[in-house]
Write a protein that binds this ligand. Sequence first.
Ligand code: CP3
Length: 354
Amino acid sequence: MTIPSHSKRMIRALKGEVLERPPFWLMRQAGRYLPEYREVRKQSKNFLDFCYSPDLAVEVTLQPLRRYQMDAAIMFCDILVIPDALGQAVQFIEGEGPVLDPVRTVDEVRRLSPDRMHEHLAPVYETISRLAQEIPEETALIGFAGSPWTVAVYMVEGRGGTQCERVLQWANDAPDDFQVLMDLLVDTTADYLIRQVEHGAEIIQLFDSWAGVLNDEQFRRWSIEPTRKIVDRLKEHCPGIPVIGFPRNVGIRAEAFVTETGVDGVSLDQDTPLDWIANTLQPLCTVQGNLDNQILITGGDELDREIIKILKALSGGPFIFNLGHGVLPQTPPEHVGRVAELILGWPESSGGIG
Ligand code: CP3
């Protein structure tokens, strides 16, 4: 007998239910901190080939679940498969991260083409179909994409780790030109996510990792507005699909993001104050977060105290435990084990800590 999806903790939390033991998963839960990930990763020299190998992607998605019983699996892939599928040259260079042939004019945007996108992304859809069959029945399957702004940052800058000067300059100096790129990303990302749901994704998360560099006006136009369009399209084609938005480093502007985009859940970074989350956001939607990924590296009593502090502050409302940003490669796997132990034992595990 299969468990109906509404009995999965993740789905219940995203429908607004307050659970005594909240669900948990961690961004980048499949990754280099796990020795078994590094082992599988060796089988593919090129990171994008790895993302497009369903056997390998399914295996590494399942690895953290075998160790820690997370309530969700996030399909293994990357946000930069969209520019790759549109025909932009994307490479991942060891020790450096992603490097792209930058797109900086409307003519260059027009040279990109979504015509073969779904063919190109077929292995990702296969990964999702297989995961939907293979994950434990109480575990929810999360599909994802980068938000148009964050994907555009990489497409225009050509790499990560910048101050986003070039992309901000384009967006400010020629907003109507930049809009051509953003419209392409809204359309292709919405189509990509609809396919993910059709292949078995039960929740969608949109990563807007670079939203924090935008001022208020830019944030409305380049983060909220494109997200709202994607959420509308997803809900129109896939009624009831829960969507989590992750506008990272936007502070109290997360409130406008929630009310104006129509997301069901918002993922929050570690700098968002817990009392503000509980008082302002939890009455509006489900919240996800926000353990500091550096404290996950530190471990020990400090880790215990921080986890319990978050659980105490947020488990009175609709809540999913997660990090404020992804698991870092230098994280000791035992520390992730400690997170799982405290959450799975909650509320009894609070005794004496904090
Ligand atoms: O477990 C999961 O969370 C699923 C897999 C996942 C990856 N990337 C795998 C990955 C997800 C959800 C992402 C999202 C992603 N990718 C984001 C948004 C979240 C965030 O971190 O802000 C961004 C900005 C990217 C782009 C990206 N991919 C960068 C900047 C890098 C290099 C930095 C790094 O961590 O190495 C990647 C590579 C990448 N994506 C790795 C993994 C596991 C490491 C590559 C490797 O194993 O060789």
